[in-house]
Ligand binder design. Structure first.
Ligand code: 15L
Length: 282
């Protein structure tokens, strides 16, 4: 399959690009920075919120048959002001969807986030159909981007899979991560399944590994062919031996979004002189 990956130089992008290439796919990349060393496919240094740059990339790719699908990973990976989040997640998604429609590209796999439902209190099982319940402006933008995907599926008959990613890391680093970890290998499995599943229409899946402590429903992902193989439990002893902070751990365990759902992330929507800055990502 020919796949255009946005955010291809980022932490998820580099892993997913090389994983898809290893699995026999032809991968081109688009990012605001030049291609990472070793990237072998066609590369576009561009901002995917820029319609002209995106159109130029799709036109260039159409000379070699065009992409069969887009994997959209680009975007600020943490909390920022509402306008920045909307630019970064909603406008980029809209720009790509318009280009896809113009060029007849019929599938997009989107890196959404657990933070789209991050204010959902912890429960036995988190269904994908739970109501949008963002924990931050980042989460609000992910909800809006998912809504755009749904609109374009209904209007244009494309396929769109939103993967609500948990904690994408080489290994879990916190107590919460023992439930929310997405391993590198499982991320590649998940994106390939979402790219190749027959006729998903609009689908939402949780992007986590098969963690013993996880509570996000993996059923819809399995229905699309995503069968996670990794489990954070093998890191549990090491993580739990680390210096914990009972108060923080309890607050982070109360909601899907962990730290993003705590008071530390409360801020004004717009960057005014008095607005608090977003804290650093955990
Ligand atoms: C995400 O979506 C963020 O990009 C990342 O910064 C982490 O917060 C991650 O989710 C998570 O929930 O661990």
């Amino acid at each position: 399959m020919r796949v255009l990956v946005t955010g291809a130089a980022g932490s998820i992008g580099t892993v997913v690009c090389s994983g898809l290439v290893d699995r026999g796919h032809s991968v081109s990349g688009l990012d605001r920075v030049p291609e990472p060393e070793g990237f072998t496919g066609e590369w576009f240094t561009a901002d995917c919120a820029d319609p002209d740059a995106v159109e130029a990339a799709f036109t260039a790719l159409s000379r070699s048959g065009g992409p069969d699908a887009v994997v959209h990973l680009a975007g600020i990976p943490t909390e920022a002001s509402l306008p920045d989040e909307l630019d970064s997640h909603v406008l980029t998604t809209a720009t790509l969807l318009d280009a896809m429609v113009r060029h007849g590209v019929s599938r997009i796999v989107y890196a959404s986030s657990n933070h789209a439902v991050g204010r959902t209190p912890r429960s036995e099982l988190l269904p994908v159909g739970t109501r949008p319940r963002p924990d931050t402006f980042y989460g609000v933008a992910k909800v809006a981007a998912e809504a755009l995907l749904s609109l374009y599926v209904d209007r244009h008959g494309i396929d769109a899979v939103a993967t609500r990613i948990g904690s994408f890391l080489a290994q879990p680093e916190s107590r919460r991560g023992l439930a929310t970890w997405l391993s590198h290998d499982d991320a590649v499995r998940m994106f390939e399944a979402a790219l190749t599943a027959p006729d998903p229409g609009f689908a939402v899946i949780y992007g986590v590994s098969a963690n013993t402590r996880g509570w996000w429903d993996l059923g819809p992902g399995r229905d699309l062919g995503y069968h996670p193989q990794d489990d954070a439990e093998r890191f549990a002893d090491a993580v739990l031996a680390g210096p914990g902070d009972p108060g923080r751990d309890e607050a982070e365990a109360a909601y899907v979004g962990g730290p993003f759902a705590t008071a530390a992330y409360v801020r004004a929507a717009l960057d005014t002189p008095d607005a608090g800055a977003a804290p650093d990502a955990p």
